[in-house]
Structure formats: C-alpha cells, structure tokens
Design a protein around this ligand. Structure first.
Ligand code: BTN
Length: 328
C-alpha cells in the first residue's frame, strides 16, 4: 500500500484545470478503489485545494485554486529523481538544519529534504539568528553525500547559490539576482536568501553535507528588525507578485539537482562559470571580515578560484586566497 501522501500527490498530478478526469480513471491509474479516490479528494479539499466535481465527468482543479504549501503540493510538482523525493514537511521546527542533521545521522538517503513553514530557532551563519516567520518564506535543508574531499565542500555552497539564483530568475524576470560570496543571494543589492552549509566528515571523507537555505519569498522586509529590514528584501517585494511557495520549492530542487548532477559528472567548472555570471564584484574594492574579532582582508576582488576561494589583490599587489568570511 502506497503512503497516502504519495497517492494524494499523484491525484493532484492527474487533475487538470481545463478538463475533467473521471474517478474511474484515477482509480484505474493509481490502482486504488473508487471510494478511496473519493476520500483522498475530500482530504485534498481539506488540505487547501479547490476541486470541482461534475456528475458523469469527474473532477477538475478549479482554475481559481491556489497551490497550498504542503508536502503533497510540493511532491506533486517535483520533476527531480532524488532531491525532494524523500520529503519531511513540518508546520514548525526549531531548525530544518538541525532536523536534517538528525535524519542524516540515522542514515537518510541523499536528496532527503526537510521543509518547515516556520522555525523557532532558525540559524544563520556565524551563530546569527535567521528570522523565520510563518506562511511567507521558504526554510529548507537538503542532505547531500558527495564523494569529494572535505576541502572541496565550499564548492557545494556556491553550487547551491547558483541553484537559488537560477530558480529565482524564473519568478522575478526581468530582475536579475546576484551572488554575494560566499553564501548570499541579493536582488537590487538587498539580501533575499542565505545558505548555511554544515558538514560531517573525516579528514578525507565527507559523510554528509546539510545545505540549509532560507529564501524570502513573500515576506515584507519591514516586518524584520530595523537593522535587517534595510538590507533585506523578498521576491514579492522585487517582483510585485505573490510567489507560489510550493512551486518555488519544487523549482529550486530541480535546479539544485541539475547543477549537482553536472558537478559530480563534469567537475566544478560549469558551476563556477555559471556562478561568475551572477557575480558582479570582480574589479571592485572588497573587504572580507574574518572569524576573529577585528580581522579582515581587503583589496581588489579578482574573482574566485577552482575551490571556491575568493581572490583578493591586496595593496602590495599580492593575490590572497580567502576561504571563509563575510564580504561587504
Ligand atoms: C545566513 O545567511 O546566515 C544563512 C541563513 C540560512 C537559513 C536557513 S533557513 C533553513 C535552514 N535552517 C536553519 O536553521 N538555517 C537554514
């Protein structure tokens, strides 16, 4: 017997807005009884879908239905082979990264994702808090198990930045996102997404990487504390359109799978090229604050190298590699 969520997302895939599909056809395709179909349709309605029923015709999605933000909706929109196929959706969690780490430690397969509608302890980089209001933004963590040495893990963060920027482009055309080394995505110079990458490894082997992504989809930046509201924005603010959260999530997983597969097959170069197409700091003055209080490096930005390190030409003319930090 298939899990009910899988049956539900398959029913949603079968339903169309412009034509009816009969209960019998759904029952035949999914190999479940007519009464099971009826019960699942009832459940889908309760879960937020508007489904019309017509005698002798069957069911169709109402053209006015909005996609709910649920596990079923995301699953029904997935076009991936692995990423998101094992989906853990929660209304609330402390942190999707923390939950993903527990699942990874229990052996969860690569591509397992955790999504929460809100987080009570959303974590940003360097111990910062990630504000995670409900019903507006995407908070997701993905478990990856790449066969690469741990020192190459930073390339995975850049790969995720590419996936995020590419997914965003589909929703905010003609605005173009830019990447801010190493973990942020900006639009109009303001932050729309951040990435928190956490790794579990031995000296020469990665056990797993958790990539946590927070994406401001429909949030009003003015709802954030003042120090953040001036430097943050959301896709809705820049596009003037409400973003379908389930569709964005599925699009992100699809873009991520595409770049991850390519990177494992052909190496980091294609990802690097794409990342550079979103990077607009080459040739400009850049300052990177380090981990230790007061430590920083500054100079002219020369781009990034094959391992994802930032290259800065200092006043003395030497090009230095910076592997971590916060760029201005
Ligand atoms: C940053 O810019 O500092 C990184 C922010 C990462 C936030 C995401 S939201 C989903 C995942 N769960 C967390 O607790 N953090 C990441």
């Amino acid at each position: 017997m298939k899990p009910l969520n899988d049956i539900d997302s398959e029913i949603v895939r079968l339903l169309k807005e412009d034509s009816y599909v009969s209960g019998q056809e759904i029952s035949n395709t999914l190999k479940v009884s007519r009464s099971a179909v009826w019960k699942r349709i009832k459940g889908l309605r309760e879960g937020g879908y508007t489904i019309e029923a017509r005698p002798n015709k069957g069911y169709r999605l109402s053209p006015s239905t909005t996609t709910p933000y649920t596990a079923v909706a995301i699953s029904s929109l997935l076009t991936t082979d692995t990423i998101g196929r094992n989906l853990h959706f929660h209304d609330t969690l402390d942190s999707t990264n923390t939950r993903a780490r527990e699942l990874a430690a229990d052996g969860a397969i690569e591509g397992t994702v955790v999504v929460a509608d809100t987080q009570s302890n959303g974590r940003g980089r360097r111990g910062r808090q990630w504000h995670s209001p409900a019903n507006v933004n995407l908070y997701t963590s993905i478990i990856l198990r790449p066969d690469m040495p741990p020192e190459r893990a930073p390339t995975i963060t850049l790969l995720c930045a590419v996936a995020l920027a590419e997914a965003m482009e589909r929703f905010v055309t003609p605005k173009r996102p830019s990447v801010k080394w190493p973990n942020d995505i900006l639009i109009n110079g303001k932050k729309v997404a951040g990435i928190l990458t956490e790794m579990n490894s031995e000296p020469d082997k990665i056990h797993h990487i958790i990539v946590g992504m927070g994406v401001n989809l429909n949030m009003e930046a003015s709802a954030l504390p003042t120090e953040l509201s001036e430097i943050a924005t959301s896709l809705r603010e820049v596009s003037g359109k409400t973003i379908d959260m389930a569709k964005f999530t599925a699009e992100l997983y699809s873009s991520l799978e595409k770049w991850y597969t390519l990177c494992l097959l052909k190496g980091f170069k294609p990802v690097l090229d794409k990342w550079q197409s979103y990077f607009d700091r080459v040739g400009t003055e850049i300052k990177v604050s380090g981990q230790a209080a007061g430590s920083s490096q500054e100079g002219i930005c020369m781009g990034i190298d094959d391992d994802g390190a930032l290259l800065i030409k200092t006043g003395s003319g030497v090009v230095e590699r910076v592997v971590s930090g916060d760029a201005n």
